[in-house]
Write a protein that binds this ligand. Structure first.
Ligand SMILES: [Zn+2]
Ligand SMILES: [Zn+2]
Length: 139
């Protein structure tokens, strides 16, 4: 039975069989098997942690991106709606408000001007050409 040569680990100070020491690139010196094992665990944990953080970061960025995209879509839809409303207002038949129940309406067909009564909802048609009274904006 040959006696094992013991050596002291320069990393952890533990004594281990000299033959089991390896030059470790992480510690940059000879390390005992215990250190190698600890180091492997430690390095793996650090790597896992970094990876977990990186993927969390990636997910966050992706979520931000999606939110930004959604914001843009909502904003665009809103702007389009506003534009549409504006256009409708501009294209709408306008009637000059006379009082709370009457407006001066101009027939879209013959340009005949007459008073439309809100309360009665009359006339339904232009007294001159019988063109139907359209929806209008009173202003
Ligand atoms: Zn050691
Ligand atoms: Zn008319």
């Amino acid at each position: 039975m040959t006696e094992e040569v013991k050596a002291t680990c320069r990393v952890c100070g533990r004594a281990a069989n000299a033959t089991e020491f390896v030059l470790d690139p992480y510690f940059k010196k000879m390390a005992c098997p215990m250190c190698i094992r600890d180091r492997n665990t430690k390095v793996k944990l650090e790597k896992d942690k970094v990876q977990a953080e990186e993927s969390a970061e990636a997910i966050r960025n992706e979520e931000d991106l999606i939110i930004i995209e959604e914001d843009k879509e909502v904003e665009q839809a809103y702007e389009e709606k506003q534009e549409q409303v504006k256009e409708e207002m501009e294209n709408a038949v306008k009637a000059q408000k006379l009082d709370n129940s009457r407006v001066k309406y101009i027939c879209q067909k013959c340009k005949y001007e007459f008073v439309y009564n809100f309360d009665k909802g009359t006339p339904n048609n232009c007294p001159y050409c019988s063109e139907k009274v359209q929806n209008f904006v009173a202003e």
